[in-house]
Design a protein around this ligand. Structure first.
Ligand code: HEC
Ligand code: HEC
Length: 357
């Protein structure tokens, strides 16, 4: 039988120290065999523990720092192909719109509009969320209807008011591009384009849109990475209970919630949140990530609130049933601004495009 000591050592070797610490904490409650006692004595030695404490984000912290990305993956042909496709207007019916038209990765990963404008100037009915860090969301779309980035990417191309195309035509158009076909072959070992493989490349690129921010440095122990105001704002953010919903590595993206959990609120432009629909159901939305939120005005699925400070006040009233004073709102906004991250250079719009852009 494998000993507990061996198991823990293997977990540590494979998954690094932090998972090992978590496993250690959770196992300590349930296993008391000899190996385990030997191991816990070892782990309890002051040197080991003090090292852990100095480096560790306290386990009670509701927000986690982003992990560094694997350079082999971000520089892979797969990701590079996905980047090209993400910026390729041939994916739309009339060649005028790419994914990047509504998700500008260099400007917050969204389109800065209340609701998106698709092919032929058609106005959609919902705000475009950022694609930045979307790989950390448990589901995609405001209502969580796509369970992966691949499933998500198949949607916009054929959505009549987004890219208004159909797959047979898109595949036919792309199949005439010899350069693209040979890149495709390098990655997928076939020259036969399929929607699923195109979506897989796009999704791979999206998974690399990770934006480390000053706040991540702060969580990693650099107390001077953010201003005193931002640090105070983070304490308020936790203290008021925003982290009940905006938590984890994306400060959101991991749970569905009511908008208007406490009471229905007016969110401007004649929009109200928290009201039941005709069938009497109160809709739920994916709690959005707050990473880069200072770059993604206007706010909410309605796109009806322009100022971040107003969005914070709406949240306090709608989700927590309280009013937050201007001074605290300002500090929370300073904290939210510290979540603006750096877009990795590999993710930028391709400069050498091999297709009509
Ligand atoms: C016309 C504008 C438009 C275009 C073009 C567009 N999107 Fe979107 N995107 C949106 C809107 C609006 C939503 C939110 C829709 C919803 O939730 O119902 C969205 C949602 C998403 C999401 C989910 C993010 C989240 O947090 O839920 C991802 C990922 C995404 N789009 C990627 C893409 C990709 C990849 C393409 C190209 C294949 C693309 N988009 C093309 C407007 C657009
Ligand atoms: C009960 C869960 C919950 C709590 C608590 C909560 N939020 Fe939210 N938050 C949401 C949901 C759900 C949305 C999306 C609402 C919508 O547009 O449908 C949201 C949206 C936001 C947005 C807009 C993001 C965007 O991209 O449009 C900001 C900013 C925000 N919250 C900040 C806060 C702050 C600050 C607090 C604490 C004062 C807070 N939230 C508390 C669930 C919550």
């Amino acid at each position: 039988m494998t000993s507990m000591f061996g198991v823990v050592r293997r977990i540590r070797r494979r998954h690094g120290r932090w998972l090992h610490v978590i496993v250690l904490l959770s196992l300590s409650a349930c296993d008391q065999n000899d190996d385990w006692q030997k191991f816990s004595r070892l782990a309890a030695q002051p040197t080991t523990l003090s090292t852990l404490q100095r480096e560790a984000i306290p386990l009670s912290e509701p927000v986690r720092a982003l992990q560094a990305q694997n350079p082999d993956f971000i520089n892979s042909e797969l990701v590079s192909l996905g980047r090209q496709l993400f910026h390729d207007k041939r994916l739309s019916g009339d060649g005028t719109i790419s994914c990047a038209s509504c998700h500008n990765v260099q400007a917050g990963g969204d389109d800065g509009r209340a609701t998106s404008v698709g092919m032929k100037g058609q106005i959609g009915n919902i705000n475009a969320p950022t694609v930045l860090n979307s790989g950390h969301n448990f589901r995609q779309f405001w209502d969580g209807r796509a369970d992966s980035l691949v499933a998500q990417a198949l949607g916009p191309v054929v959505n009549p008011i987004e890219m208004g195309a159909n797959w047979p035509e898109v595949l036919e158009k792309l199949s005439t591009d010899k350069v693209l076909l040979s890149r495709f072959e390098t990655v997928f070992n076939t020259r036969e384009l399929t929607p699923e493989l195109l979506a897989e490349a796009i999704a791979a690129y999206e998974r690399t849109l990770i934006t480390p921010s000053p706040f991540d440095d702060y969580l990693n122990g650099n107390t001077r990475a953010i201003s005193a105001q931002a640090a105070a704002g983070y304490e308020l953010f936790k203290g008021y209970g925003c982290t009940a919903c905006h938590q984890g590595v994306n400060l959101g993206g991991n749970v569905m919630q009511y908008f208007g959990a406490f009471h229905a609120v007016d969110v401007g432009h004649g929009q109200r949140a928290g009201n039941a629909d005709k069938a009497g159901t109160i809709p739920v939305y994916k709690v959005p990530t707050l990473r880069n939120v200072a770059m993604t005005s206007p706010y909410f699925h309605t796109g009806s609130v322009t100022l971040l400070s107003d969005a914070v006040k709406v949240m306090a009233a709608a989700q927590l049933g309280r009013t937050i004073g201007d001074e605290d709102v300002e500090l929370i906004v300073a904290f939210l601004e510290s979540l603006t991250g750096e877009v990795p250079t590999h993710a930028m719009k391709p400069t050498q495009v091999t297709f009509a852009e």
